[in-house]
Ligand binder design. Structure first.
Ligand code: SF4
Length: 432
C-alpha cells in the first residue's frame, strides 16, 4: 500500500473522455508505488503551471556511455529539498527491442516483474527511438535493473551522439510484401556497430531503420540516417484468380478509380485482353473474360499502391533486394529531410551481400564522424557539402535512379565535357 495520493484535479479531467487514459494507468500503479504517487503530484504541478520540471544529468551503468536517460526533479521547496521526493529521480532505461519486435508473453511478464522490483512499473513499448522505455528508476536501482534485463538477453540502446537503436518492421514473419530478411539484416548491422551504440563518440545521432518493402512501415525514409528499404527490379507478379476475385467483389468503378487512376506514373492500364502488349517489361492479368490489367514495369516506381489494393492478385517481383537511402531526419538545423538514394538496388540474400551493406554503412559512419559538425545530422552534412562530394567519398557513381523524377528533371551529363571544350577551342583556332 503506497502513501496518500496528492489531489490531482486537472489530471482527473483527462480520465473523463471515451478513451483509456494514461492517468488511470498511473493511478493504478500509484496504489503500490510511492514513486508514482509523487510522479502524479509533479505532473499535476506541471499541468497547473504549464512548465516541465525534469532536468538531465549523468547516470549510466558500468562499461556503457549511453542507454540511460537521466531525469532529476527541479521542483524544490524553500529548503532546496524535492517537493515530491519519491519521484526526485525518475530515470529511463532504453532497451533495444528484438528485430521485428517479436516477443513471447512470458518475456513481457518478466520485463514487468523486473521493472516492478526496481522501477516504477511504467513501461512504454516502443518509444520514438524504437526502444522499450522502462521509465522511472532511482540512480541506485539503474544498475540492478540493467543486470537483470541483461540476464534475460537484452541490451541497452543508444542515447546521445551515438548510433541509436535500430528498428525493423514485422517483416517476412507476418507480411507477404517483404522483399528481404529484415531481421537478419537488422541484427547483422547492429552487432557490427554495438560499440558505437554503447559509447557515444559521433558528432550527433545516427539511426538505421529497415523496412521490408516500399510501404516503409518503419518510416525509415523520414526517420533514419540510413534507410534500408526492400524493393524488386523485375516485373510485378500477378495471380489471375485473385485479381478476378477482386474485380468480382469491387467492379469496374473501384478498379479504375482506386487502382488505375491512382498509379502515380500511369504504368497501369485497362485493356481489351487481345490488345495487351507482350514485351518483356509488361505484366498482364485478366480480371474478366475479355479485359485485362496491363502494367508497364519500366514506368513503375514501386509505390506499392496497386499491390496494397489488390493484395495477392498483384505482388512484388521475384528478383528482390533493397534500396539504400541516406540522410532522412526530422527538423533540426534545417527542415525535415527525406533520405536520398545512394544505392538504387542491391541484393541482400547471402552473407557476402550483407557484408557489402555493412561495408557501406561503415563508410557512411566514418565519413559522418570525420566531416559532420557537432550536432549535425547526416542529411544536413550532405546538404552542406553537396551530394556529389558525399557520393565521391563513398566511391559511388551518380545514377539517374537516384533522381526522384529523372524524366521530368533536366540534368546535364558532364562526362566527355573536357574533350568537347578542347575540340571547340581547337576548331576556333583553326578557323582564326
Ligand atoms: Fe503504379 Fe508501380 Fe505504384 Fe503499382 S506499384 S501503382 S504500377 S507505380
Amino acid at each position: 500500500m503506497a502513501k496518500q495520493p496528492h489531489p490531482t484535479p486537472m489530471l482527473d479531467t483527462l480520465e473523463s473522455g471515451p478513451w483509456p487514459s494514461f492517468v488511470t494507468g498511473l493511478k493504478r500503479l500509484a496504489e503500490d508505488k510511492d514513486m508514482v504517487v509523487d510522479l502524479l503530484g509533479q505532473l499535476e504541478t506541471s499541468y497547473r503551471t504549464r512548465k516541465g520540471y525534469w532536468k538531465g544529468g549523468t547516470v549510466g551503468v558500468i562499461g556503457y556511455g549511453g542507454g540511460v536517460i537521466p531525469r532529476f526533479t527541479e521542483l524544490k521547496d524553500e529548503h532546496g529539498q524535492p517537493m515530491y521526493k519519491d519521484a526526485a529521480e525518475f530515470h529511463t532505461l532504453r532497451v533495444m527491442p528484438p528485430a521485428g519486435m517479436h516477443y513471447t508473453t512470458e518475456l513481457l511478464r518478466k520485463f514487468c516483474d523486473v521493472w516492478e522490483r526496481h522501477g516504477s512499473g511504467l513501461i512504454a513499448l516502443h518509444g520514438q527511438s524504437g526502444d522499450i522505455m522502462l521509465q522511472g528508476c532511482t540512480t541506485e536501482n539503474v544498475q540492478k535493473a540493467f543486470d537483470e534485463i541483461n540476464e534475460m538477453g537484452f541490451d541497452l540502446g543508444g542515447a546521445g551522439p551515438a548510433v541509436r537503436t535500430s528498428m525493423s518492421c514485422v517483416g517476412a514473419a507476418r507480411c507477404e510484401q517483404s522483399c528481404f530478411d529484415e531481421a537478419r539484416a537488422h541484427r547483422a548491422v547492429i552487432n557490427t556497430f554495438l560499440d558505437d551504440i554503447h559509447r557515444p563518440s559521433l558528432p550527433y545521432k545516427f539511426k538505421f531503420k529497415f523496412s521490408g518493402c516500399p510501404n516503409d512501415c518503419m518510416n525509415s525514409i523520414q526517420r533514419s540516417d540510413m534507410a534500408i528499404i526492400g524493393t524488386w527490379r523485375d516485373n510485378i507478379r500477378t495471380d489471375e484468380a485473385l485479381v478476378r476475385k477482386y474485380f468480382a467483389a469491387h467492379g469496374m468503378n473501384d478498379l479504375v478509380n482506386d487502382v488505375v487512376a491512382r498509379c502515380p506514373t500511369k504504368a497501369i492500364q485497362v485493356k481489351d485482353a487481345d490488345q495487351v502488349r507482350t514485351e518483356p517489361s509488361i505484366s498482364a492479368v485478366r480480371f474478366n473474360d475479355t479485359q485485362a490489367l496491363e502494367i508497364d514495369n519500366r514506368d513503375c516506381v514501386r509505390c506499392m499502391h496497386c499491390i496494397n489494393v489488390i493484395t495477392g492478385g498483384l505482388a512484388p517481383g521475384a528478383d528482390k533486394g533493397v534500396t539504400v537511402l541516406v540522410g532522412g531526419k526530422r527538423t533540426l538545423k534545417i527542415g525535415d529531410l527525406m533520405g536520398t538514394v545512394v544505392v538504387p538496388f542491391m541484393k541482400l540474400d547471402t552473407d557476402e551481400d550483407l557484408g557489402k551493406l555493412i561495408e557501406l554503412a561503415q563508410k557512411v559512419i566514418d565519413f559522418f564522424a570525420e566531416n559532420a559538425l557537432e550536432h549535425e545530422r547526416t542529411g544536413e552534412m550532405i546538404e552542406r557539402i553537396g551530394l556529389a562530394t558525399f557520393l565521391e567519398a563513398l566511391e559511388i557513381d551518380a545514377d539517374a535512379a537516384m533522381v526522384a523524377c529523372p524524366r521530368t528533371n533536366p540534368y546535364v551529363r558532364l562526362d566527355g565535357w573536357d574533350d568537347e571544350v578542347a575540340r571547340i577551342a581547337a576548331k576556333k583556332q583553326q578557323n582564326a
